[in-house]
Structure formats: C-alpha cells, structure tokens
Design a protein around this ligand. Structure first.
Ligand code: NAD
Length: 442
C-alpha cells in the first residue's frame, strides 16, 4: 500500500537515522506498488500543461489533486474540464507554492511560460516532488544549470517535455542511423517555418483583466505594462519570457541532430545571423529569420527558421535532414524516409523501420507520460532527462545569444561556463530576476 508523502518522509528518516540523510525520493527508493495511483498537481493550465495532464489522466494511473493558474478563468475552466472528463475535482490554487505544500501530491507538471520553469522546478524538487517540466528547460543558461543541480541534489525524477525522445518515428530513425544505415553523418539540416513566429498583432497597452494576477504572471521577469499581445501564448516572442522559434522548436529538433551522434557535450562554436523585417504590424522581439551553424567535431548542424510562412524544404514546414556519406534520412513527427543517391528512396528501409519499432500505435505524448510514470515508480532516469533538456537548451539559447550580443560567432568554454572574453555574450548567461524573486542557489 502507498504511504502518504508525510509518513514516507518520517519512516525514511527513521530508517536512515545515523547513516546520513538520504532523500526519500532517492532513485534507489521505490515507494509505489504497481497499483498505487500517483497524485499529480498541474501548474500552468491553459494549453500544454492541460494537454499533459489529460494524457496522464487517460492512463488511469494518476489522480489530479490540484491545479494552479494565475488566471482565474483558466483555473476554473480547467477544474471543470477535469471534473467533466475524468470525474475528479482538483483543488484550485493561485500560488504554486501552496500547491507544493500539499504533501499528498507526488509529482507536478510545469506548463507555464519558460521564464517560470526554473523557480517552479527547483521549489518542486525541494518539496520532494517529481517533475514533468515543459521545454525549453529554462529561459537562460544559468537557470538550466541550477535545475540540473536541484534535480540531482533532491533526487527528483524529471521528464522534460521533449516528447520526440519517446516517439516511434524518431526512435526508429535513430535506430537506423546508429546502425550505420546512411554511413557517417556529415551534416544535419534542421528547419522550422511557422506563421506564429511573427507574434501577435500590435495592440495598445491595456488595464490588467480582473481575472489575471499579472504580477504573478510576470514573476521574476522585468515589470512591464500589461498588453494582451505578450501574455497567454504570445509570450514566446519576448526575450523576458521565451526565445521565439529558435528555442520553441529548436530544442525539439536540434535534439534530434544531437541524438543522431549521441552528443552530450555542450556547444563549442556557434555562428549565427538573424533579423526582423516586419515589425510595424507585429508585437515581437525575437527574430523573424535566423540561420545558425554548429560545427561539431565531425559533422555540422545547421538550423534555419523563417516566421510567417508554413512551408520549407521538401514542402515541409519543419523537418530534419540527416546527411550521411551513404544516404539521406528525412524525418518529421509523422514519418521518416531514406534517399540513397541513384537507388532513390529506399522503401525497404522505411518499411523495416516502421515494422521493427512498434510502440503499439501510441503517440509521442502517450509514450512520454507513461515513461514518466514508470520512472516515478521505479526511480529510473526518464527518456528526456534534465541533463538532455539542459544540453539542447544551451544549443538553442546560444543561437539567440550570438545574434543578440551582436558578435555572431561564439566560442563556449565548457569548463568556465562562459564565452571566452566575450562580455557582450556573457551578459546573457544569468537572467536579471526582478525582486522579490531570486535565482535559486543549490
Ligand atoms: N512539448 C511541446 O510540444 C509543447 C507544446 C506547446 C508548449 N510547450 C511548452 O509548454 C509551456 C507552456 O506553453 P503554452 O503554450 O501552454 O503557454 P500558455 O501561455 O498557453 O499557457 C501557460 C499557462 O501558465 C499560466 N501561468 C503563467 N504564470 C503562472 C504562474 N506564475 N503560476 C501559475 N500559472 C501560471 C498562464 O496563466 C497560462 O494558463 C512552455 O514552456 C512551452 O514552450 C511545449
């Protein structure tokens, strides 16, 4: 039978008395039996957060005990949705710290804008929770570092919301690449062209709507007047809250370019250019067009995005093209195919991959949440660990930093954790938190 978190803390502390404190969430300490339900709390409920919660609820393995949102309308609607769709009545919270005080909650989903991920995840780890945190892991390099330290110090199981790591298509493509199916990879082209990257239409600043706790929405970000074109959903296009297409899609797709060669080291050199051409009608700070090159030890990764359109190479709005010396694999979330010079597209390879990597027809998200629950029960590392989330977030953030700093070429010193002698770029490593919030120290 499952013990309450409070009882577990007490018993664990007794068990290890005199042996040094072992955190109850230790990877080596399973505390659920196979039939125990895992109690979930959701922080940030509008869009992706609720999507994750729904996937978790559909497994039949969880209870939703609490939902937190700073927008009262969203909060009420999502509580009503859980009641209607899943027959449960979670408690509502406006302050995530109160939700974290609930000892019955085992794990939280963080589905807020990126500028909140670090504080929420660190506090959740300190409260003994496991965490499903959305991507990009955080909105700055320093925050990513703190989050890795927190997860490791408090032994929290962390799943980062890069669900492609769990997906059938990507796993089968990787299997083929790792088996040498296209020979040695020389280059990986990655692109993402989406209309939403332009941002919302410009509107004047407005009074804060009654239902929104705007101060708590801004949190550690610099204070600015309320404008609907930079909150719900649209925050992605403002540096204080997100990183535009470069980080929004970059972490999903660049991660595939790293996985192809099992890269876990940080970026070394980053060369980037970016620009904004259409600023009159749109509310945006992040770049409309960008090109970034990451020269790796023995291959090149190339990122490209264009906002405002929805097509690209091979008629695909986004995709990854793995170029090897014996062929090319083209992949997106729906499928992958192989091209081998005058042999044309290899139907045989595609067929083998599809049949040989059968996850039972489950979607990336279904597999990703099941993996999270499995790892909570067994104290295992997830498909997308906090280290993986951090690493690819660094690649994406450095694309933006290279352009924002005006230096366009960065050399990253992995040991020093900074850009050698590049003051203009180094100023972007640590975010300037607005009080009373402080970047956590672990
Ligand atoms: N993995 C994916 O495929 C995927 C897809 C979409 C979004 N995302 C990620 O999910 C996260 C959320 O994106 P979204 O599109 O759902 O954003 P959104 O703006 O639609 O929703 C964010 C929610 O968080 C709430 N919120 C903001 N500050 C809060 C606070 N202090 N406390 C509690 N609630 C707060 C907002 O009121 C809103 O309801 C982002 O990190 C985004 O990058 C991932």
């Amino acid at each position: 039978m499952k013990q309450s978190r409070r009882a577990f803390l007490k018993n664990s502390t007794l068990t290890v008395a005199g042996m040094g404190l072992i955190h109850p969430n230790s990877f080596a300490t399973p505390k659920f039996s196979a039939n125990d339900k895992i109690n979930i709390g959701l922080i940030g409920a509008k869009n992706k957060g609720f999507n994750i919660l729904s996937h978790l609820m559909k497994t039949g393995q969880v209870n939703c005990l609490g939902i937190c949102d700073v927008d009262k309308n969203i909060l009420e609607n999502r509580i009503a949705d859980v009641r209607k769709e899943f027959g449960q009545i979670p408690k509502g919270y406006g302050d995530f710290r109160k939700l974290l005080e609930n000892d019955e909650i085992d794990a939280v989903i963080i589905g807020t804008p990126d500028h909140w991920h670090c504080l929420m995840m660190v506090y959740a780890c300190q409260a003994g929770k496991d965490v499903y945190v959305e991507k990009p892991l955080a909105n700055s390099i320093a925050e990513c570092n703190v989050m890795v330290d927190a997860a490791n110090k408090y032994n929290s199981v962390v799943q980062v919301g890069q669900q492609q790591r769990s997906g059938e298509v990507w796993n089968s493509a990787m299997q083929h690449i790792h088996a040498g199916g296209i020979g040695e990879i020389k280059k990986v082209n990655v692109w993402a062209n989406f209309p939403y990257g332009m941002g919302s239409g410009k509107v004047p600043d407005q009074p804060v709507p009654e239902e929104l706790d705007y101060a708590f929405w801004q949190g550690p970000a610099a204070k600015r007047a309320y404008n609907p074109s930079h909150v719900h959903g649209s925050w992605r296009h403002f540096w204080d809250y997100g990183g535009g297409l470069m980080t929004d899609w970059g972490v999903h797709l660049l991660d595939m370019a790293l996985w192809a060669k099992n890269i876990s080291h940080e970026p070394r050199t980053v060369l980037a250019s970016g620009a904004n051409y259409n600023m009159d009608a749109y509310s945006r700070e992040t770049y409309e067009v960008m090109d970034v090159n990451y020269p790796m030890d023995d291959y090149m990764i190339h990122w490209s995005h264009t906002a405002g359109i929805q097509t690209g190479p091979y008629d695909k709005a986004y995709g990854v093209e793995f170029i090897g010396d014996n062929g090319v694999i083209l992949a997106d979330r729906g499928d992958w195919s192989i091209r081998q010079g005058d042999k044309g597209e290899s139907e045989q390879a595609t067929k083998t991959a599809k049949e040989g990597f059968n996850f039972g027809g489950k979607s990336d998200m279904e597999i990703h949440v099941l993996d999270f629950l499995h790892c909570i029960r067994n104290r295992n590392a997830t498909k997308c660990t906090v280290e993986m989330g951090r690493n690819v977030a660094l690649y994406a953030h450095m694309g933006n930093i290279a352009v924002r700093s005006g230096t366009h070429m960065l050399d990253w010193n992995e040991v020093a954790g900074s850009f050698d002698g590049n003051k203009a770029a180094n100023q972007f490593i640590i975010p300037n938190y607005d009080g009373p919030w402080e970047l956590p120290k672990i």
